[in-house]
Design a protein around this ligand. Structure first.
Ligand SMILES: [Mg+2]
Length: 333
């Protein structure tokens, strides 16, 4: 059997149960955005790690080294944000092809430093090694959160509103601009920047974890069609999502219109926006929206509802049920 037959999650499912039985009390392991370990009487420790592989996650010709350094930290901080946590420090392990310019690496680390300074997260250690051909960057981030406050994927409740913290699809649009070699001007350059310089929603995650009625939370790394399913599986719930309610930037709308790209496919299926996906008790949405808008000067968007049922997403567009198949979203039957 080849890996491509079962996929990344199929691989994880093959070994993760055997490690589950090694978990002692108070440890949360594989299956959420971060692992959770008890740190002291007041706080839990959060740990997350992510690997960026050249030609798989990035093209050296498309992203500047500074952007790559920034992004490699941002995607990890986003996992801390998705639990409601605060980052403490990072570790960097990097495999470097021997012909690489030192100037390239200096720029990479300048980007790494810029985001570290922005969020006041020190680099605490790591490892460097030679690679035969490709650049590989692994970042591990430690974070902290008040005991019992972490928002898990398993916490969604029937009746919750499903919400996202910001626009969807920009990053996927930016990736299409890069892959189709389109000129990076105006709206196009905006989308590419969203792809190369994602911003972890740490302050948003902190507000959300403090707010009563916010239940499940995760960050959007693979696209909501895939990420929301993780919440549904972990919570044992179903969801209704309105495609016409997905928040989309004006930049993405204009580029989709002129390129003939399907905007709701990018918004629902496109990854790497690193916005937060969360569920909130319906009677708390209004108060939360007020607090959120006060603090951030922008609103979050309600895109659907959690329901009892098998863990699957029921999509609709303008009140009509649609299903997602190979050619995109289609009417049922
Ligand atoms: Mg995540």
């Amino acid at each position: 059997m080849k890996l491509k037959e079962i996929g990344e999650f199929g691989f994880i499912d093959r070994f993760s149960p055997s490690f589950q039985e090694l978990l002692t009390k108070n440890l949360t392991g594989i299956g959420d955005d971060c692992a959770i370990l008890p740190m002291n009487d007041q706080e839990d420790l959060l740990v997350t790690t992510d690997l960026l592989m050249e030609d798989v996650h990035f093209l050296r010709s498309a992203i500047t080294p500074g952007q790559l350094g920034y992004k490699s930290v941002a995607v990890n901080l986003s996992d801390i944000a998705s639990m409601g946590g605060t980052p403490i420090g990072t570790f960097l392990s990097i495999a470097i092809p021997p012909d690489m310019d030192v100037e390239y690496l200096d720029e990479l680390m300048a980007g790494y430093h810029a985001i570290s300074q922005k969020y006041q997260v020190p680099l605490l250690g790591g490892d460097t090694t030679k690679s035969v051909k490709h650049l590989a960057i692994n970042v591990c981030v430690l974070g902290k959160i008040e005991k019992g406050k972490a928002r898990l994927r398993s916490m969604a409740q029937a009746g919750d509103a499903i919400c996202v913290s910001g626009p969807l699809g920009d990053s996927a649009g930016g990736l299409k601009v890069v892959l189709n070699d389109l000129a990076q001007v105006d709206d196009y350059s905006y989308l590419v920047e969203r792809h190369h310089l994602p911003e972890p929603r740490i302050a948003e995650g902190n507000l959300l974890k403090e707010f009563g009625g916010v239940h499940a939370m995760m960050d959007i790394s693979d696209g909501i069609a895939s990420d929301l399913k993780h919440i549904l599986k972990a919570s044992g719930k179903a969801a209704r999502v309105k495609l016409d309610q997905l928040p989309v930037s004006d930049e993405l709308k204009r580029v989709c219109q002129s390129q003939g790209w399907k905007v709701d496919e990018l918004a629902s299926g496109g990854g790497e926006d690193y916005e937060l996906l969360f569920t909130v008790a319906a009677d708390r949405v209004e108060a939360l929206q007020k607090a959120f808008t006060n603090q951030f000067g922008k609103s979050f968007t309600v895109i659907g509802q959690i329901e009892a049922g098998e863990p699957q997403i029921h999509w609709s567009r303008n009140g009509n049920a649609v299903e997602f198949s190979k050619g995109g979203f289609n009417h049922f039957g």
